[in-house]
Design a protein around this ligand. Structure first.
Ligand code: KG4
Ligand code: ZN
Length: 366
């Protein structure tokens, strides 16, 4: 049975009557809820981070994440609805992350959304987390042009897409091994900078020299749009081993700055190769790693030089949030996608394997 297909239609509430949409996100370590207005404006965006729960373990513990979502979800949703200054009964739909993500964590959000939808007779729409990140590019910049190139860089994904006018996302390239966020998190762990690693490296790198230490930068040929960060990670490990003594704070800063530079330069270089090949002039960069200050600077500089229209979301929409889920879900409802109380979680990403594949995006289901 295909757990990801919407098979059981909502009876009384099958129709989508435009109005405020509640978004719920619980795929990893943020419990989030947000409300978008009838017109798609963000009325509230509440994110409760679980950093305190996981930091002593140096990473996300799936079972603890699920339990924390269970504890937090009701109050986070209540807060989002009250900050939006609406009543739950005025909601028009609930959009919820279906996957990819941690199974237990996803189940909490999806079960909550289905119960709410059932109780209030609202359509419930399942949203792919990557579609949510992609939608975040339009939250602060609704007129951002399509077709465009989209780079999704998060803890689990480093994916380059070409987004078409009809909403299809064509996969142009992705990472062969670690995601960029994973490279940040693992690097920070080796450097003793803690969890979450991306913001920690971003911070410490400001005090270091990005040219101090040479790190490998995977290119794979001029036209290659694949990424690989495992060699970089191994290189950091060996450099630390070679040092024999614990690195000083200055050395840590140099290592962090040089390591970060290797990641962000490759991300920017490949993304601009994709732009060049596609002859498109608009670029969206989304996902947690798009919060990186050095990456944002490089992208802005290159976009100005190349006359590229750039959309990098404000920081609150880069890392996991529910406004992006509400935005993607709202678009799916507008496009006429059917909703279902039979939806199930999709912990694994549902895209093809090689080359040009179509992501289950904003287009109507057949
Ligand atoms: O999108 P996101 O919040 O969750 C996933 O979908 O994975 O991305 C989380 C990732 C983590 O790996 C985190 O270290 C990274 O985004 N991240 C950053 C920064 N802020 C978050 N990486 C580099 N620099 C940052 N400022
Ligand atoms: Zn994410």
């Amino acid at each position: 049975m295909d757990l990801c297909s919407n098979q059981v239609k909502l009876s009384a509430s099958a129709g989508w009557h435009p109005g405020p949409v509640l978004g719920i996100e619980s795929s990893c370590d943020e419990t989030a809820a947000a409300v978008l207005s009838h017109e798609g404006e963000v009325l509230s965006n509440v994110v409760s981070s679980q950093v305190a729960v996981h930091e002593k373990f140096g990473g996300v513990v799936p079972e603890l994440a699920a339990r924390a979502h269970l504890e937090l979800i009701d109050q986070v949703v209540e807060q989002a609805v009250s900050q939006a200054r609406i009543l739950k009964r005025n909601l028009a739909a609930v959009a919820v992350t279906q996957g990819p993500g941690l199974a237990g964590a996803l189940l909490v959000g999806l079960s909550y959304a289905k119960a709410l939808g059932y109780g209030l007779r609202l359509p419930v729409i399942g949203v792919n987390h990557l579609q949510g990140h992609i939608a975040s590019a339009w939250l602060a910049d609704p007129t951002f042009p399509i077709p465009c190139i989209v780079l999704v860089v998060s803890g689990g994904h480093t994916h380059l897409y070409r987004r078409e006018v009809d909403g299809r996302c064509i996969l142009l390239g992705y990472t062969r091994d670690d995601a960029a966020g994973e490279a940040f998190d693992k690097g920070a762990q080796m450097l003793g900078l803690g969890y979450p690693g991306g913001p920690a490296i971003d911070h410490v790198a400001h005090f270091g020299d990005s040219n101090a230490i040479p790190f490998p930068r995977f290119r794979g040929g001029k036209r290659n749009l694949e990424f690989s960060f495992s060699g970089l990670k191994t290189s950091l490990l060996y450099k630390l081993r070679e040092m024999n003594v614990l690195p000083s704070p200055d050395q840590i800063a140099d290592l962090a700055a040089s390591y970060q530079e290797a990641i962000v330069q490759v991300l920017a270089a490949k993304t601009f190769v994709a732009l060049e090949h596609s002859k498109l002039a608009s670029l969206a960069v989304v996902g947690g790693v798009s919060a990186n200050s050095r990456l944002r600077t490089i992208l802005k500089e290159r976009a100005v030089q190349g006359h590229i229209r750039l959309s990098v979301p404000p920081l609150e929409y880069c890392t996991d949030n529910a406004a992006m889920i509400a935005a993607a879900g709202r678009q799916m409802l507008i496009d006429g996608q059917q909703q279902s109380l039979g939806l199930d979680i999709c912990p694994m990403e549902t895209i093809g394997t090689e080359g040009r594949v179509q992501v289950n995006s904003y287009s109507k289901r057949g």
